[in-house]
Design a protein around this ligand. Structure first.
Ligand code: TNX
Length: 553
């Protein structure tokens, strides 16, 4: 066997830690037998759905799976020889990833939903030893601004699994929609889940609207199904209910929870930062604790629960006599302290249910977080480093280069993005744990995640275009633990054939196909309107400011 990534093993994405290419090949015929302990063997079968593999004895097996407790979480070893395939892993996730690697070693037809006659189901002989660089390899879906039907979420989970991504962050509530059933507070989904129209004009233009209703929500049973589907594919669902700001949809349903309880609120039909904010009084904490419990019970095991904390306009808190009196009774000096106190109460309640809290970085700057709170520094590396230095686990989520709602190119041919440009190469070059940081700070970076904010993602087709192939680059850095190797683009080229077989309408590396362009109307991108580098500079300054609760964009 020769070392290195020559021969049949050189098209894997993300890149495994070690590959050795052997001579010859092995066949895995449709309907072949997989042997081994059921949780591991089932995971391998699920990773290769098109082959319809069956459980059975080692004597007849084409793929033999064994447990090796010596391997780390999610790690695997895969050996392909003339007499078949052997997989070892310590957990189902590792076995599942061995199966995903095997799928990539098969022809791209392994990514179709049914067998295509004439395919040769052979894999090259050799060996792969592999383990992830980061434990949090995330994708974020903003189902609040644009609702994605359940089928799109399940499909995203399949695509994540094929890329060894393992955290699906669902942004379930924002000003423009509340997306989950509540039995305790049914107006949340009855009133909060739809709006009559959506803004179509761009920054600086006279406001214009599509006059098309938009809405939808997941039932609690849907959430149970999504979580179980994800879990079987080594993906953990991370729900987010963004509080106390971004609250228009909740307040449209339950205005009594507002800092200005006599105000009338509507589910917003436009983007940007709204002043609508929940009150921090005990009734709100009780309300949210009940809703969090409903969501958690539906999801089952919930190791992480995201409570937002970003972009809060605290003016209504300062203007309310009742809230000011409450703040004074707690001995808190500023509304910023009250913001921190409020999030801390919620995090304590979540901890009581066994969930670690996740927040956007404003909540860290406010101070007072539980030490086990995970911080998502969206405003850049500097605030991320401060959170890491303070001892928080950090998931790198900076606008540049992890906000996939920005266009891939500053071109009028692109469909409208929030700004530009974030390219595949930008993502591939990103180091989530920068080498310049101290070792103990780097060790706090548990992962990296791309964000699909959906103000400019009108449907599943647009989602495909925004997510891939930048998501392939994100998967590469998340799995390998650092910037992509120089052969990344060559491997990506081969990988795109797999996405074609899967049916993904990704953005071709050469630019959009004619029907993927924004056209001449409101979906056309406005190049240079918002430059991502300017946004980053601005956000960095804000994250340095003492007044952390000031809205940022
Ligand atoms: C900032 S990141 C937001 C979102 C927007 C996004 C657009 C964060 C915590 N808040 O509400 O959708 O920018 O890029």
């Amino acid at each position: 066997m020769g070392f290195g990534i020559i021969g049949g093993m050189d098209h894997l994405l993300p890149r495994p830690r070690l590959t050795e290419t052997g001579a010859g090949s092995a066949e895995i015929a449709p309907g072949s037998v997989v042997s081994g302990p059921a949780p591991l063997a089932d995971a391998v079968r699920l990773a290769l759905p098109v082959l319809g593999l069956r459980p059975g004895d080692a004597a007849t097996a084409a793929v033999r799976v064994a447990e090796d407790p010596g391997l780390g979480p999610e790690a695997y070893a895969l050996t392909i020889a003339g007499d078949g395939v052997r997989i070892t892993a310590a957990d189902p996730a590792g076995a599942f990833y061995a199966g995903q690697t095997l799928r990539q070693l098969l022809p791209a037809e392994a990514f179709r939903s049914a067998l295509v006659p004439g395919t040769s189901w052979t894999v090259p002989c050799g060996r792969v030893e592999d383990a992830p660089g980061f434990s949090w390899r995330g994708a974020h879906l903003d189902v609040a601004r644009t609702f994605l039907p359940k089928r799109e979420v399940l499909r995203m989970i399949d695509l994540m699994a094929a890329h060894k991504l393992n955290r699906l962050h669902l942004h379930l509530a924002d000003d423009q929609g509340w997306r989950v059933e509540s039995r305790a507070f049914p107006l949340l989904h009855e009133v909060g889940s739809h709006r009559p129209r959506t803004i179509t004009s761009h920054r600086g233009e006279e406001p214009a609207f599509d006059d098309v209703p938009h809405g939808g929500h997941y039932t609690l049973a849907d959430l149970t199904e999504i979580a179980a589907y994800a879990r079987a594919r080594a993906v953990t669902v991370v729900p987010e209910i963004d509080v106390p700001g971004h609250a228009s949809a909740v307040l449209a349903a339950y205005p009594a929870l507002a800092a200005r309880p006599r105000e009338r609120y509507e589910v917003l039909d436009r983007w940007g930062i709204s002043p609508a904010i929940l009150s921090p009084l005990p009734a709100t904490v009780d309300f949210l604790t009940t809703v969090f419990a409903e969501i958690s019970d539906a999801l089952g095991d919930v190791p992480y629960f995201h409570i937002g904390g970003d972009e809060c306009v605290l003016d209504d808190w300062a203007a309310s006599a009742e809230i000011s009196a409450y703040q004074a009774s707690l001995g808190l000096e500023s509304v910023g302290d009250l913001h921190a106190w409020f999030l801390r109460r919620l995090a304590d309640a979540l901890a009581g249910r066994g969930s670690r809290t996740v927040v956007w970085d404003e909540a860290f700057v406010s101070g007072g977080l539980r030490p086990d709170t995970i911080v998502m520094p969206w405003r850049g590396e500097h605030v991320g480093r401060r959170a890491a230095a303070a001892g928080h686990d950090v998931v790198a989520t900076p606008v540049f280069p992890m906000y996939f709602d920005y266009a891939e190119a500053a071109s009028p041919e692109e469909p409208a993005g929030l700004g530009d440009a974030i390219t595949v190469a930008d993502v591939a070059a990103f180091a989530p744990a920068p080498p310049a940081w101290l070792e103990e700070e780097r060790a706090r970076v548990v992962g990296v995640q791309f964000q699909l904010w959906s103000e400019h993602i009108p449907d599943g087709r647009a989602l495909d275009y925004r997510a891939w192939p930048r998501g392939c680059a994100a998967a590469e850095i998340a799995w390998t633990g650092g910037p992509a190797a120089e052969d990344f683009l060559r491997r990506l080229d081969a990988h795109l054939a797999r996405l074609d077989a899967f049916g993904v309408e990704y953005r071709p590396l050469s630019g959009p196909r004619p029907w993927q362009r924004g056209g001449a109307g409101w979906r056309r991108h406005r190049p240079g309107d918002v430059a991502v580098q300017d946004v980053m500079r601005h956000l960095h300054e804000l994250s340095q400011s003492a007044d952390s609760t000031r809205p940022s964009m």
